[in-house]
Design a binder for this molecule. Structure first.
Ligand code: SF4
Length: 532
């Protein structure tokens, strides 16, 4: 009989095929970058939980890697029988079932020694799949003979403000799910019976890929299941403003490729994308773009922030998951020729918010538009800075009022087949005449990598040489972002681009852009393809 762990049972709840693959073909599992990042950050919450539930550090931590599977189960059983102190990662096994609990706290109930089981989640609310998770956890613990007094789900309280000095008492919000969990025993027993039947099957169950593959997080077998699908040559997902419901409706009508979906059931914008994708030409409403961006004056500024979020805040006065800018890049264009650049990056490990806000106020001048890509993001960060630093609030809100978003202009006036349905700056940039690309950047080439690099740079154990490498990678990445905005603005306003920012494109690998045919348009071709 295969040991059925809690994670396998929860996989079965999402998709029977997932459980079957876990049992019969575990070598096919590959974790996505998002899953690995989720596990890494979940670790920080687990560490904080140890401080909260065991402030004196007297409890026991079961370490399966060090103690081995049997050793970990044996020590857990012994501690659960004899200890009166907190236990972290205690394991239970019974009837072929296996689970490990985040926290077990000794309590006295009805005069008897019992245990409070606490499951820690790094989300900011209780999700339905958490309820299944803890129901399974408690069922296995009770099957193993553990006397449970209560069953608690504790998640991060997103509204809590860290008071500093390592005081994380308010980080977690507890929900008592004891009654609910105890009432679901028969339900859990049914899941176990069905999961065992699937596990015993010789044949892989037939399950179509669907929302269960990614919601609430990626299944580790996506590469295997999705790789077997015949990918459409021109996927419908490239259409803009396409809801999941509409996509499903198209699928039910038998449409899976732009080549077959009729124009009559598409919006005007979707028809543009379809037409230019199939014709392999770019759409550019140059007159419309010029009109959209007329009258903003000069000098023109081009701004981008890089931000960090900590599930467990490290700076006094900040909340879990709060987005805090640690870096900005700012290009300034005066007329069509004169371009200058400034930036800010703080890798000291101190809260960078105030020095960054002061540098921003100083570098943004008093007048002229501040162009960004996806304005709600930059505007929100500036509002938060103004709230945190009242002495700078007026100047920050003046910058806020000058922000102009290039994203809606690009969305409405431009589409190149090389974008493959995306208007992210990284998708648009290689298709522009400037032919810039992020692909050649060293180390940091997207926002997630920038967050990881920043987190590594501010760790006390990161060496000076590594920190300097990260510093130059972060500066190059953010600078390319705002140089990209300069080039996009020049393109949209039909102006000659300024001279090359050698520091933004200093890596020779960045230029020229990859030549895939679709990704190296020339201006003539784009303008010739423009439609009214
Ligand atoms: S990728 Fe989707 S279909 Fe395949 S096992 Fe995972 S959840 Fe099931």
């Amino acid at each position: 009989m295969h040991m059925l762990s809690k994670s396998k049972l929860l996989a079965f709840r999402r998709c029977p095929k997932w459980l079957w693959l876990e049992i019969h073909k575990p070598e096919l599992r590959t974790e996505s970058a998002a899953t690995l990042a989720r596990l890494r950050t979940g670790f920080a919450v687990g560490e904080a939980a140890k401080r909260i539930y065991d402030p004196d550090g007297l409890g026991a931590i079961i370490d399966i890697d060090r103690e081995g599977f049997d050793g970990a189960l044996a020590r857990s059983a012994d501690l659960l029988t004899h200890s009166r102190l907190p236990i972290f990662e205690a394991g239970f096994a019974a009837n072929g079932l296996l689970a490990f609990a985040d926290v077990m706290l000794p309590v006295v109930g009805n005069g008897e020694q019992m245990w409070k089981l606490v499951e820690i989640k790094s989300s900011t609310s209780v999700k339905d799949y958490h309820r299944d998770d803890i129901a399974v956890q408690a069922f296995i613990a009770r099957s193993a003979g553990v006397r449970l007094h209560s069953v608690i789900l504790a998640h991060v309280d997103g509204s809590w403000v860290y008071p500093g000095n390592g005081d994380y008492c308010g980080l977690l919000k507890e929900h008592d799910l004891t009654a609910e969990v105890f009432a679901r025993c028969d339900e859990v027993r049914g899941w176990i019976d069905n999961a065992r039947k699937i596990g015993r099957q010789a044949e892989e169950p037939e399950v179509a890929v669907g929302s269960q593959c990614h919601d609430p997080f990626d299944c580790g077998f996506c590469a295997c299941c999705h790789g077997k699908l015949l990918r459409a040559e021109y996927p419908l997902e490239w259409l803009p403003d396409l809801t999941a419901a509409k996509l499903q409706q198209f699928a039910q009508q038998g449409f899976s490729d732009l080549q077959t979906v009729p124009d009559e059931i598409l919006t005007a914008k979707q028809r543009i994308v379809k037409k230019h994708t199939l014709a392999k030409t770019a759409f550019f409403d140059a007159a419309g773009a010029v009109a959209d961006l007329a009258g903003h004056g000069s000098p023109a500024y081009f701004l981008d922030f890089e931000t960090i979020q900590f599930r467990v805040p490290i700076w006094e006065g900040t909340r879990p998951y709060q987005q805090i800018a640690f870096q900005f890049s700012l290009h300034r264009l005066n007329g069509s020729e004169e371009m200058s650049h400034s930036d800010f990056l703080d890798l000291s490990g101190n809260n960078p918010s105030e020095p960054l806000a002061r540098a921003l106020v100083s570098d943004c001048g008093d007048e002229g538009p501040v162009f960004v890509y996806n304005a709600p993001f930059e505007k929100s960060r500036i509002c938060e800075m103004a709230e945190r630093h009242p002495d700078l609030a007026r100047q920050l809100m003046l910058i806020h009022a000058r922000i102009v978003d290039l994203l809606p202009v690009a969305r409405n006036r431009y589409y190149h087949p090389g974008q493959e349905g995306s208007w992210s700056l990284k998708a648009v940039l290689p298709t522009l005449p400037s032919a810039l690309d992020y692909a050649g950047l060293d180390g940091v080439n997207d926002g997630g990598a920038a967050m990881d690099a920043y987190s590594e740079a501010i760790r006390p154990d990161t060496g000076e040489e590594r920190r300097r490498t990260i510093q130059s990678q972060l500066l190059a990445y953010c600078r390319l972002d705002t140089y990209a905005l300069v080039n996009l603005w020049c393109f949209l306003t039909s102006q000659k681009p300024p001279g090359l920012d050698v520091e933004a494109v200093g890596n020779p690998a960045i230029m020229p852009a990859r030549d895939s045919g679709l990704h190296s348009p020339d201006r003539t071709r784009i303008q010739a393809a423009a439609i009214s």
